[in-house]
Design a protein around this ligand. Sequence first.
Ligand code: SIN
Ligand code: MN
Length: 224
Amino acid sequence: MNYLFGDDFIARPRRELAPGAVHVPNWLTLEQQQWIVARFKEWANGPVPIRSARVGGHEMSVKTVCLGWHWHPYQYTRNAVDVNGNRVLDFPDWMVRLGRKAIVEASGDPNAGDDYTPDTALLNYYDATARMGMHQDKDELSNAPVVSLSIGDTSTFRFGNTTNRSKPYEDITLASGDLFVFGGASRLAYHGITRIHPGTAPADCGLNAGRINITMRVTGLNDQ
Ligand code: SIN
Ligand code: MN
């Protein structure tokens, strides 16, 4: 019973941090986490291998592999023009379904996911020292919500305001299996990862070390 209704159950309630920004702890089962980690390991090998994007001449500490559309600073393309030129893998149907379920969960509205069709996902791998500075997700033409899933080591996630990268912001813990959705008035909120907490991944999540974060988005782009 401690596993089901232990301290964690009380200490990490589901919470709306700001309008449209909802944190749902422990949303993915361990089996779902393991399965996603196994897919991630496949995707990381190609056709576009996982890599650190270069921003302003510097490599990001996070490594990224994309589905659907390839993100590189600061645009989306079908082909990984900054890696090996290969086309990225298609966005999987099961991930569309997962994204819709996440929107329903976060909103509490059983129909809210009906029109949500994410067409890109960025899968970020953080080792123990990786960070992500405060930024907005604003390379999408659509203002549909961003669905974020975390697996592996716990991180400190900084969720800020929509006008600048400094205060007011709030630091929360994103642990393995957590869902975070930011949409509506929070869609363009600044956010980042200030810390990874090594050795905190649950034994059965499929990842021995580090953290995977998946963000699904709707690009609003079409092929021409
Ligand atoms: C991101 O902002 O793209 C990733 C956020 C996270 O790792 O939780
Ligand atoms: Mn982001």
